[in-house]
Design a protein around this ligand. Structure first.
Ligand code: 76R
Length: 248
């Protein structure tokens, strides 16, 4: 039957990209700069407490190239908490130097193509942990949004559910080869943002992003049905590295 698959949905997610206003930064006094760095460190400390209490997660990466300088990824149980974080960041001393570059709003998603015998699979500890993940603070991140194609004979949305399930199973076999090298979080954004899914990959070696994405291009689910947006790749930026990152 051509029907929607049921999804299990976890924490809401916001990818918030910022460009540092380096001109203003250089014109600011040393004291203003120190206060701004401190304000960001204080927010990170607060978010770390939320993460320790398992009420959300976050990560900060330094994006390579001109699309942005920073990518914050936030996971929270509610959209109100995500909006509050954005508001706090904007109003902070550091916020005065951060120009919004891009954003993507979605929710952590797992689909039920595979039948579960449990009535509430979202309560299985392993699944619950994937729906409310603590982001791995691996050295590199790769983020891109994607759609499933719907033109002519290549229409994901007219395929039977079991056919889609089979294609995604084949896809997952490619994915499994990268266990330990690439960790992925799929977030769904149908009805929430401009793309249908967001792919956030973490790796110790950024070359693994190219390897996995290239290999997956040959899986039918990507070769026939994948449409991709802009790619953002970055390096992990720890709270302790902020003074060096902002030093001029
Ligand atoms: O539920 C699961 O996580 C296991 C099976 C699985 C599903 C259902 C799975 C496994 N994925 C699923 C769904 Mn995936 N994934 C991507 C990309 O660039 C590209 O061509 C694709 C981008 C990567 C790199 C990736 C990695 N996956 C999805 C969906 C939702 C589709 C839908 O519902 O229509 C998208 C958009 C998507 C895209 N996937 C895996 C991986 C990896 C590494 C795995 C193996 C995980 C593991 O078993 O450890």
């Amino acid at each position: 039957m051509v029907e929607a698959v049921e999804t299990m949905d976890g924490w809401y997610s916001l990818h918030d990209f910022r460009t540092v206003d380096w001109t203003s930064w250089k014109l600011a006094s040393e004291e203003e700069r120190q206060e701004a760095i401190h304000s960001l460190q204080q927010m990170l400390t607060k978010w770390e407490e939320v993460e320790a209490a398992k009420n959300g997660s976050h990560a900060l990466y330094n994006i390579v190239g001109q699309k942005a300088d920073l990518m914050f990824m936030f996971l929270r149980p509610t959209t109100n908490e995500l909006a509050a974080i954005e508001n706090e960041l904007n109003k902070s001393k550091m916020g005065a130097f951060l120009i919004p570059a891009h954003s993507y709003f979605s929710i952590v998603e797992l689909s039920k193509y595979r039948p579960y015998k449990e009535e509430h699979p979202e309560l299985i500890p392993e699944i619950a942990q994937r729906l409310k993940p603590i982001l791995p603070k691996w050295e590199h991140v790769c983020f891109y949004p994607m759609d499933r194609r719907r033109h002519g004979d290549e229409n994901w949305y007219t395929l039977e559910k079991d056919v889609r399930g089979k294609l995604l199973y084949e896809h997952s076999m490619t994915g499994r080869k990268y266990a330990g090298k690439v960790s992925q979080i799929i977030t769904g954004s149908i009805g929430l943002d401009d793309w249908e899914w967001g792919v956030t990959l973490f790796a110790h070696d950024p070359l693994q992003f190219k390897k996995i994405v290239y290999e997956m291009r040959f899986d039918e689910v990507s070769s026939r049905y994948g449409e991709f947006g802009e790619f953002f790749v970055g390096n992990y930026l720890a709270k302790e590295q902020l003074p060096a990152f902002f030093k001029i």
